[in-house]
Design a protein around this ligand. Structure first.
Ligand code: HEM
Length: 404
């Protein structure tokens, strides 16, 4: 039994220490939340099983969904309605076959080939941001000036946000994910972005451009599938899922590499090693951990020898599965040449990250270019002085002061 949940990380470079003992205790461990008990899935094999079993749902409306257990009382009608507006088109929360209608429309936008075509654009944005950093002096907050800006500008290009609107788009996406601003302020930013995307889709309905939004509008016209609101929701999901994740991985990866000068020097000498390094950084940090892996059984079943009843909720501990010694040798060691692609940092099964090829390209270009163009980059301060986001839903950094 886990005494409490969520369990905070004690060290920025490792999952919570208790994960190790829970993983050895059993593949499924019970924990008590205010609204009821849920299962924590601790091992890699059972995590894969849970994420692929069609009898297990991710839909928050399925009875017993574990997110509801965080609160002692069900949400009021008013709360339900306030949330419902932002739930339209969120296929990350849908089960097949409904989920597949949305995902199918977007798959061509994120293939390896399509992402290869995006690389020059990502490189251009990266070069511009680093050029601005160098122009402005010899110190910066890498979260503010680079980590948050790069994924936001990449999504702008992907969606076809006109250049003149980039500042608006960037400031609102930033505000949406700042953990230290009030809930009301972040809801306002949510609403402003939603409204903006609504306008972008309305404009494309008049005149579809050669970009993701234009192609969605055309596909909708041809197939008759999905509503205008569903398209707004889909693009909103791309933004939410693709921004905070990448924005946190950029500074965390930079810090990790700067703290390991030997492995960084090897990468500088052999830049072909970057794709493997990115893969290992994703496994090592597992920034999404349990938050996206909320599932509920819809039938009685057995997982890892444990009976699970219909209506029982589960959280897959991605960060624990990614350190499972049954699958990864020396799991707690950062080995940038490891080459393990069976990590769960992008999930597994039908909901496996749709934007993973894009995320890999962004991270690889960001790290490689930054270390090439600023070879004297250094962190200002010790690890215990740096502001990590221990309380955020996605692990990351609030700021990363650097100098060169
Ligand atoms: C380092 C960066 C990223 C990480 C660690 C990450 C992680 C994840 C994970 C763990 C899931 C699975 C959720 C589940 O099982 O319910 C997921 C789903 C998803 N991600 Fe990512 N992601 C990243 C970047 C991106 C980017 C750049 C995009 C697009 C612009 C994106 C779009 C999505 C979408 C649309 C889904 C939902 C897929 C579905 O339900 O079918 N992600 N991501």
């Amino acid at each position: 039994m886990a005494q409490s949940f969520p369990i905070p990380r004690g060290c920025p470079f490792a999952p919570p220490a208790e994960y190790g003992s829970l993983r050895e205790e059993a593949p499924l461990v019970r924990t008590r939340l205010p609204g009821g008990d849920v299962w924590l899935v601790t091992r890699h094999a059972e995590a894969q099983q849970v994420l692929t079993d069609p009898r297990i749902s991710t839909n928050p409306a399925t009875p017993g969904h574990p997110m509801a257990a965080f609160s002692e009382r069900p949400p009021s009608e008013e709360e339900r309605q306030a949330r419902a507006k932002f739930q339209v088109g969120q296929f990350i929360d849908m089960d097949p076959p409904e989920h597949d209608v949305y995902r199918r429309m977007l798959i061509p936008e994120f293939t390896v080939r399509r992402v290869r075509e995006m690389r020059p654009g990502i490189q251009e944005v990266t070069d511009r941001l680093i050029g601005d950093l160098l122009k402005q002096g010899s110190t910066a907050d890498l979260v503010e000036a680079f980590g948050l800006a790069l994924p936001s500008l990449v999504i702008c290009r992907l969606l076809g946000v006109p250049y003149a609107d980039h500042d608006f788009f960037q400031s609102r996406t930033r505000r949406m994910i700042e953990a230290n601003i009030g809930a009301e302020e972040s809801m306002t930013a949510f609403a402003e972005i939603w409204e903006y995307l609504d306008g972008l889709i309305t404009q494309a309905e008049r005149e579809p451009g050669d970009n993701l939004v234009g192609r969605l509008v055309t596909a909708r016209r041809e197939t008759g599938e999905l509503s205008h609101e569903a398209l707004v929701g889909m693009t909103f999901l791309l933004l939410v899922a693709g921004h905070e994740t990448t924005a946190n991985m950029i500074p965390l990866g930079v810090l990790t590499l700067l703290r390991d000068p030997g492995q960084l020097a090897a990468l500088r000498a052999d830049p072909e090693g970057w794709p493997l390094a990115v893969e290992e950084l994703l496994r090592y940090h597992s920034i999404v951990d349990w938050i996206a892996f909320d599932r509920v059984a819809t039938e009685d079943m057995e997982i890892g020898g444990q009976a699970v009843r219909a209506g029982e909720g589960m959280f897959v501990l991605g960060a624990s599965a990614n350190r499972d010694p049954r699958v990864f040798e020396r799991p707690d060691e950062l080995d940038l040449r490891r080459g393990a692609r069976n990590h769960l940092a992008f999930g597994y099964g039908v909901h496996q990250c749709l934007g993973q090829n894009l995320a890999r390209a962004e991270l690889e270009i960001a790290y490689r270019t930054l270390f090439e163009r600023i070879p004297t980059l250094r962190v200002v301060g010790q690890d215990d002085e740096l502001p990590f986001k221990y309380d955020g839903v996605i692990f990351g950094m609030r700021a990363l002061p650097v100098t060169w």
